[in-house]
Design a protein around this ligand. Structure first.
Ligand code: SF4
Ligand code: SF4
Length: 191
């Protein structure tokens, strides 16, 4: 027992005299100096573009001829567990039935949305998709309400862009908003 204690004391003394702990720490620090950087220079220079399966801000789609795909059936609103979608169907004056109808109003309250994707799954016409826009902060509650017209506008990241990459980005500020514009043509690195 006495021998054991003296061995431990000698070991500790050796570590203190030769700064063993300090050297071990410096080796770790030195190792990281040459390892791959994982810190993202967001939002000034770089931006993460999520994979296709990401569920961000909703987008409403049109067909190739530019006609809105939403027929105002309200299935998305009915399937939403937080009741944050409001759809008002337009009067069907075409006589062609629901397939030719559009929504008079389509609104979402993002403050209540939990981005579960149930609404997208319920949509029979593939009009509704959860896109890849994730910078959704606003200065007022009103800023969290999105209308049909806003959601019909194309998002910055095209549907067929693979994603899962960090691209070059530029931070822009004006009186109303701060935005981070990605340049999808300059992919800087994989995650
Ligand atoms: S993602 Fe989920 S919570 Fe958000 S609107 Fe769709 S169904 Fe509702
Ligand atoms: S988005 Fe789809 S589910 Fe919702 S009202 Fe339009 S067609 Fe129906």
């Amino acid at each position: 027992m006495k021998n054991n204690n003296s061995n431990i004391n000698l070991k500790n003394l050796f570590k203190k005299v030769f700064f063993v702990d300090l050297v071990q720490g410096l080796i770790v620090t030195f190792g990281y100096t040459f390892s791959k950087t994982i810190t993202l220079r967001y939002p000034d220079e770089e931006k993460w573009i999520p994979y296709k399966r990401f569920r961000g801000l909703h987008t409403l789609n049109r067909n190739k001829e530019g006609k809105e795909l939403c027929v105002g059936c309200e299935l998305c609103a009915k399937s939403c567990p937080t009741n944050c979608i409001k759809v008002v169907p337009a009067q069907d004056k075409t006589g062609k039935g629901i397939a030719d109808r559009v929504a008079a109003r389509w609104e979402i309250n993002l403050l209540r949305c939990m981005f579960c994707g149930f609404c997208e799954d319920a949509c029979p016409t593939e009009a509704l998709k959860l896109g890849r826009e994730y910078e959704l902060a606003s200065l007022s509650m009103q800023g969290q309400l999105r209308t049909k017209e806003e959601l019909l506008a194309p998002q910055e990241i095209p549907v067929n862009f693979e994603g899962g990459v960090i691209v070059k980005a530029r931070l822009g500020r004006d009186e109303d908003e701060v935005s981070v514009k990605p340049d999808l043509s300059v992919q800087k690195r994989w995650w």
